[in-house]
Design a protein around this ligand. Sequence first.
Ligand code: HEM
Length: 417
Amino acid sequence: MSTELADSLVSPAVHADEARIHALFSELRRTSPVHWTEPADYRPFWSLTRHADIMEVSRKNDVFINSRRLNLMTRAQEAAAKKSGGKYDRMYRTVAHMDNPDHREYRRVTTEWFMGPGVRKFEAAVAALAEESLDHIATFGGEPFDYAREVANLFPLRVIMSILGVPREDQPLMLRLTQEFFGADDADLGGGGGADASQRFDLLAQFFDYFTAMAADRRKSPRDDLATVIACGRPYDGPMGDLETASYYAVIATAGHDTTAAVTAGGLLALLENPDQWQKLRADPEKTRGAVEEMLRWVSPVKHFLRTAREDYRLGDTTIAAGDGVALFYPSANRDDAVFDDPFRFDIERTPNKHLAFGFGGHMCLGLSLARLELTTFLRAFVRRVGSIEPAGDPQRIHANLVGGFKALPVRIGLVH
Ligand code: HEM
């Protein structure tokens, strides 16, 4: 396959063009599902586009590791990170960057909270924030407004900040940091995809300072919140280091916000484009849970993660050599017709729906219960209170090859309650 196609696979602009990126993925799934990809500005890697291959690699955490190369970065960005004298690495080491045994130990610090009563305790708070979003929609009185900016970006941010214990007055700072961190390839969001990794580094430094102070506060005066669970976590029965503590907060603030915002906006766009599905959902709100799963599959906000093979591995007909990078393209897995009937149809009643929007295996999204709680709570409130939805202009997607989303989604929404 040509360099042009390889360049398209890593291009933030192409990932924002749904028709183009899905045409490319479909072609790869059919003709070259484990594809050696050599873009001009990136170190080469294998592109995986089939659901089964992505599951197989994700399941083998001890062969395909995370710590070596987690996301696509240009050679220039990698060089700049190296030139920072390792400062970048000293500020950001999340569970996603770790391999076993560290991964197991650090993930254990919060799994109980995320999978159990921790998240359930927030049900009422999440419901109140969803109602607040609907009250805000009511203020537009059926006139056009930007749903991405006014609703989809703010609701998950407020949830995640209240869960972390970040006060309301600091939320604009968090919004800027998270959007610029993930939007660093999009000129409109303060990035521009330049060679300069120092911009991401500056953002990290701001996150790091903010969260280090927060951890110190929780260790001094523990509260009943996630920030305290992390600050007082004991991997290997010892205290959490500053690097791992601040990184834990930063990954939750970033991973927990933009992804859910993208599904909130992208889910509404899917309903706008498929009015029969919107009517079906209005007629039977019991379909909300299924609708959320289909929105997750449809939007697949996380575009890829990378792994590195620790040893030679035979995947189908291809040998992946020790040291090779492997990109897992989740949106492609979620349109694979070997798993999904009529995968390009948005169907809120799709069952089964074995999408990989949350990844798979040992690194599978830590926040998936919270994300599902947020999305179903929000959609329930939306279905109960909204009577009509209409597009009011062209949606604009964020140019990003890591986490997609919307810069603008102009809509008109009529409320009944
Ligand atoms: C719609 C919302 C979300 C989507 C689509 C999503 C997707 C993902 C994906 C694809 C991964 C990588 C999985 C893998 O490597 O197999 C991941 C990891 C992760 N996510 Fe999410 N996520 C969402 C929401 C959240 C939320 C709300 C939080 C936290 C509050 C969160 C925290 C994390 C963390 C900490 C990891 C790293 C886990 C590890 O490496 O062990 N995510 N997520």
